[in-house]
Design a protein around this ligand. Sequence first.
Ligand code: NAP
Length: 347
Amino acid sequence: MRTLIVGIGALGGTIATRAVGAGVPVWLATRTAESARLLQSSGLRVSGIGGAAVASRFHVAALEEYREAEKFDLIVLATKAHDALEIAPFLSTLLTPGGTLLSIQNGGVSQILSDRLGSGVVLGGLSNLGATMVEAGIYEQRNAGHLLIGELAGGLSERAANVARTLSRAIETRVTANLRGAVWAKLLLNCSVTTLGAIAARTMRQYIASSAGKEVFRRTYDEALSVALASGTRPERMIVDPIPPGWQGTSVPGEDYDAWIDQIAAAYGDVKPSMLQDFERRRRTEIDFINGYVAQLGRQIGVPTVMNAAVTGIAHRIEKGQIQPDPARLDDLLRGAEHQGDHPDTC
Ligand SMILES: NC(=O)c1ccc[n+]([C@@H]2O[C@H](COP(=O)([O-])OP(=O)(O)OC[C@H]3O[C@@H](n4cnc5c(N)ncnc54)[C@H](OP(=O)(O)O)[C@@H]3O)[C@@H](O)[C@H]2O)c1
């Protein structure tokens, strides 16, 4: 399977290094020719969980240079969300007939791409594998996670199995018949654990200790779960059941709910939110595809998403440098939501 990996950053670089090392026929695409030259001279190195891998001879070029190249059976799209949406139409022209574009971004990206390019082209994916880029060409795998791939329309397919077989030579890749449910399970946590931690500049365990933090978590999560269920998705269980105990269209505060929150905190509560790193480095976040996606979908299908819309607005203001990440942002959110009420048209 002739494969192009687009975006040789933390995740794409880790996959690419392991793929080249394992002899998978891969070509690498960077944004610029300068980045390609840099990688060509530095080589690729991965350390960390999963063992070391090194690659010194590989094909790498700026994406644009693949315009005239032989077509690809598989393109692994490993850029951030905004770039993924921008370049996906061009990428679809680089595919062989029946070829597959695999999207591994968080949040709503794979569904948006599938709606735009067709479910026959786009295969959905998500990464439970965590990786960082130390510098161009040097990557660190941070956990023993895997790629999870599948058809966005649901069910199993031969092409998903073939893609998994190819990529598994480089990185553990599993197939699910409920990819949408898996994407949403992660999205529910990204909306609440990650984003709220980022805007509060705290881990979940820290911000959930305040009553404002707990309430904002509850409302943000409840809205996102309501949107998932109303859109016909059954979120998959990851480490914790995605549906809070006693769920009745909203969560029911009480001992069982607190025990469920404790389970989430035990699994994810001490991780520094990746979006906080984006804020600190003044990088554009993927908020529009996380809480912003929930708010937009909620508007479309008539599910109130006041809190997710407000969280998105606050994240944008932090990106612009108008306000700073701080626990006080959670109080702002609570005050704002109380003023707005639960009217979908205020999202
Ligand atoms: N890293 C993780 O552990 C992890 C885990 C789960 C999910 N994800 C998801 O995976 C995606 C990628 O994350 P990441 O952490 O790997 O991001 P990253 O380190 O920022 O890497 C993205 C790479 O894409 C490149 N790129 C951007 N536009 C391009 C274009 N037009 N053509 C070719 N390359 C282009 C960027 O190059 P420039 O530097 O030149 O812009 C950069 O090298 C995100 O959606 C993220 O949410 C990541």
